[in-house]
Design a protein around this ligand. Sequence first.
Ligand SMILES: [Zn+2]
Ligand SMILES: [Zn+2]
Length: 134
Amino acid sequence: MLRNCQECNRVYAHPTSKECPQCQRKRQVDFKAVKQYLQSNTGATIQMVVEDTGVSYERVDEFIKEGRLNVLPSDAVRRCGVCQALIQNGRVCAKCKSQLSPVEPTAPQEKVVTPPSSGKIHSLESIRKRDSDN
Ligand SMILES: [Zn+2]
Ligand SMILES: [Zn+2]
């Protein structure tokens, strides 16, 4: 099935995606850039993210709404994960929070930045002693 990419209008064939493979890849690269920027610049505003990563404001906004960013820009609009009410911080509003179990892990945010490794790691176990005694 042929479609026009909603980003670049290129014609491409894909049953479900709204974007061509190139734009999808770009989106992933953008997402990674935004995510990593926010992880190392906690408290950055959306404007800072846009300026420093070069990702468009609309796209950053989209990432925020998708809820895939674990660190949000300081001025991002947060919504309660339960009732969608606007909240200042956390994941659920105070009302919903009180209804949920009070156990909320406050683990420190670890910076887990794993650069994509292109090379495969081969364990040199091929040089093994053949020790077969019957
Ligand atoms: Zn495209
Ligand atoms: Zn709520």
